[in-house]
Ligand binder design. Structure first.
Ligand code: SF4
Length: 433
């Protein structure tokens, strides 16, 4: 999106480049041929995605120059943490003080934080997570675009509105040309540097066809491509990596094998984890996480979920709320509470403070329009905007009444820019060195 800053390459070591953003140095992997020291580039998710001319970069940087430092000041102000002079519970202050010093919390301490209910206590927890986010990631925030290419799915996940349980749903599958057109708009018109291509487990596309689509996008529109097509097998992952995909979005939803089995009939947690492990070995960036509020899910389960995401080398954590869909078996189960989900985001930040990018899911925004702001102030630093053609969006109804369903891309971008600016966040999502 237009909310992206070009950086200047300062140093090249093998396939790693050091990029300068107004004096701040960040690191990225480079796969582009003919990139040299002094070139201006856009980078996303740790990868160089495109090179731009010096004149174009200078004109964008002149607009950003003052704003960049102003944003940092706003972020610093909003992420200050004071655990002194507080009449909060001494145990809470002790645990949060330990967390704020980046010390590892015990399992009991983490469970204690997950059990918090009092609003003042939660506020302190969220502030601590935000403090850690600022300490390790500065004001970086990454913004991805997602294109939902098909709502066909052969699976029967009990919570999912596009599963085979939903007989009422009108199904769609974008053609290759429609997908390329959507990618073109996202990259060339709206300036996205990172795209997620998502569908149900749709037998209507072969791995080869999906790879052709990814290749087609990579050849024409420079962007970091994440795939999210469900369990496509090791061979499928390999084909898509060769075609240029560099990230895999695949949530395991729950680390509890029994619960997994209950809500995913006919599927296996081991197979899902195997996909994630293999993808990491192949070089994919991993976006993973779980669903909060499943029937019978315990706080222990949720803590295990965060640790599992960490063990799977999550580049980005995605934890979203369960929301009941009327045409699924779990239609009567209540939705997760917003604070419970934000608590999980805050815990993920405390557990993996140095590495994690933490996503604010659209599902959470569906439960509360304030959720994006609250989550970004509780350790989150990543957003995803829906760039699926408007005509298809209502049919990707994994849960009902999705936020931003009928908002055009420009409107979503405008409100995102306003939100991020008000919080002092800037679009440089690379590792600080
Ligand atoms: S959660 Fe994914 S795999 Fe399961 S039914 Fe929905 S789209 Fe299909």
């Amino acid at each position: 999106m237009c909310y992206a800053i070009p950086g200047k390459i300062e140093k090249i070591e093998d396939n790693t480049v050091i990029v300068d953003y107004f004096g701040e140095k960040r690191k990225a992997l480079n796969e582009l041929a003919q990139v040299k020291v002094g070139d201006y580039i856009y980078a996303q998710g740790g990868f160089v995605v495109s090179k731009i001319s010096e004149s174009e970069a200078q004109s964008i940087l002149s607009v950003w120059k003052e704003t960049f430092f102003e944003l940092q000041e706003v972020d610093l102000r909003l992420s200050r943490l004071s655990l002194n002079d507080n009449d909060a519970d001494k145990k809470l202050l002790g645990v949060l003080d330990k967390a704020s010093q980046s010390k590892e919390l015990t399992r009991d301490e983490l469970l204690y934080l997950l059990e918090l209910k009092d609003n003042n206590a939660l506020e302190l927890l969220f502030k601590t997570a935000n403090f850690l986010r600022q300490k390790y990631h500065k004001n970086s925030c990454c913004v991805h675009g997602i294109i939902e290419i098909s709502n066909y799915c052969r699976q029967g996940c009990q919570y999912c509105g596009i599963s085979y349980h939903n007989k009422e749903l009108k199904r769609y599958r974008l053609t290759k040309d429609e997908i390329l057109e959507a990618a073109r708009d996202a990259v060339e018109v709206y300036g996205f540097k990172s795209l997620v291509l998502q569908s149900g487990e749709d037998p209507g596309y072969s791995a080869l066809e999906l790879a052709e689509i990814v290749k087609g996008i990579k050849e024409k529109f420079p962007a970091l491509i994440f795939i999210s097509f469900g369990e496509i097998g090791t061979g499928g992952l390999e084909k898509l990596y060769q075609a240029g995909a560099r990230g895999l979005l695949m949530r395991f939803e729950t680390s509890n094998p029994k619960l997994y089995q209950q809500v995913h009939p006919g599927m296996s947690l081991e197979s899902r984890l195997e996909h994630l492990r293999k993808a990491h070995e192949m070089g994919y960036l991993i976006l993973t996480g779980g669903l909060i509020g499943l029937p019978g899910q315990s706080k222990e389960d949720i803590l295990d979920d965060i640790f599992l995401a960490k063990e799977l080398h999550a580049e980005m954590y995605s934890f979203g709320p369960f929301i009941p869909h009327p045409h699924t078996p779990l239609l009567r189960h209540p939705p997760a509470r917003v604070e419970e989900v934000i608590k999980v985001l805050a815990l993920a930040r405390i557990i993996d403070h140095t590495n994690a990018k933490i996503l604010v899911t659209t599902a959470l925004e569906t439960l509360s329009r304030e959720a994006a702001r609250s989550s970004l102030l509780a350790g989150a630093n990543s957003l995803m905007l829906n760039v699926t053609p408007l005509a298809y969006r209502p049919f990707y109804s994994i849960y009902p009444n999705r936020a931003h369903q009928s908002e055009d891309i420009s409107t979503q971008i405008e409100s995102t820019i306003n939100l991020l600016r008000s919080l002092g966040r800037a679009p440089t999502d690379l590792e600080t060195i």
